[in-house]
Design a protein around this ligand. Structure first.
Ligand SMILES: Nc1ncnc2c1ncn2[C@@H]1O[C@H](COP(=O)(O)OP(=O)(O)O)[C@@H](O)[C@H]1O
Ligand SMILES: O=c1ccn([C@@H]2O[C@H](COP(=O)(O)OP(=O)(O)O)[C@@H](O)[C@H]2O)c(=O)[nH]1
Length: 249
């Protein structure tokens, strides 16, 4: 049976902040369970899925630095937060019968395996959901950059950014109610206009490796699989082969 998803292998970047639900901090298990169900639906289409989760629901290094603390230690704490979130997602996936493994950029063998490109590729070939924990393993980076990096390393066809908003806008829609949503635009334009949906390092890495970025709302139940079937609501950021540069919704 061919289900013909748009992409064969993808990396999903799931917002850390989304995991806290209405609580304002930490992990709301019902939200993690729902994201796990969305990943299961993507797997059911035959798509190989790698996942990077943020840590903003628990800790961000910049928050320490802004109060005069040590940025590097703060970033270490942020990376640990992504491991906590990754373990929560693995639990939710296993609970519904999805085979999932956590590979961490920071070695912590009692909790999970360490990341290597070879091991990650081998698990993905075997149909496991691979959760990339610990970001890039380096301070001064973000989980968006980690997602772009892992997508390049495992040869993903697309990077899905599941975030708080339903696409890329002409300005931050949380700050500007007149912002217009794009249907499609180039990596180059996102960088040129400083559209703050993802950090520039992540966009640049995706552009250099010709990886499209699909920006969609992580809060939309079933949104991930719907986009994979060509039906969902999102913005596609790609290398603009048609020379369109940007198409407004
Ligand atoms: N041009 C833009 N289009 C869409 N969102 C934007 C834009 N500029 C800034 N944002 C903001 O970026 C946020 C997502 O970025 P980020 O902090 O990386 O979230 P996440 O927690 O999902 O990783 C959105 O919630 C939105 O408020
Ligand atoms: O490669 C990385 C990835 C993450 N972080 C730290 O982990 C925190 C949580 O990640 P992020 O802010 O990307 O999470 P999200 O915004 O998706 O919740 C960051 O603020 C950084 O402090 C880091 O130092 N290096």
């Amino acid at each position: 049976m061919s289900l013909n998803p748009l992409y064969r292998r993808v990396v999903l970047k799931a917002s850390g902040e989304a995991l806290m639900g209405e609580q304002g901090f930490g992990i709301d298990v019902s939200v993690v369970d729902r994201i796990a169900a969305d990943i299961a639906a993507a797997r059911a289409l035959g798509v190989e899925v790698g996942v990077v989760i943020g840590g903003g629901n628990i800790f961000r290094g910049v928050a320490v630095a802004s109060k005069g603390g040590d940025r590097v230690t703060g970033d270490h704490m942020g990376m640990l937060a992504t491991v906590i979130n990754s373990l929560a997602l693995r639990t939710s996936l296993n609970k519904i019968g999805v085979d999932a493994v956590v590979l961490s950029a920071i070695a912590m063998p009692e909790l999970c395996e360490s990341f290597s490109q070879r091991q990650a590729t081998s698990y993905m070939n075997a149909g496991k959901v691979v959760i990339f924990a610990g970001g890039t393993g380096n301070p001064f980076f973000t989980t968006d950059s980690a997602a772009a990096l892992r997508a390049a390393e495992i040869g993903a066809d697309a990077l899905f950014k599941g975030t708080q908003v339903d696409g890329v806008y002409s300005a931050d829609p949380h700050k500007n109610k007149d912002a217009v949503r794009y249907e499609r635009l180039s990596h180059e334009r996102v960088m040129r206009e400083g559209l703050g949906i993802m950090d520039t390092a992540a966009i640049a890495l995706a552009r250099e490796n010709n990886i499209p970025i699909i920006v969609f709302s992580i809060h939309e139940e079933g949104g991930f699989a719907a986009i994979l079937k060509g039906a969902g609501h999102c913005t596609i950021v790609d290398n603009d082969p048609a020379g369109l540069d940007a198409v407004k919704a």
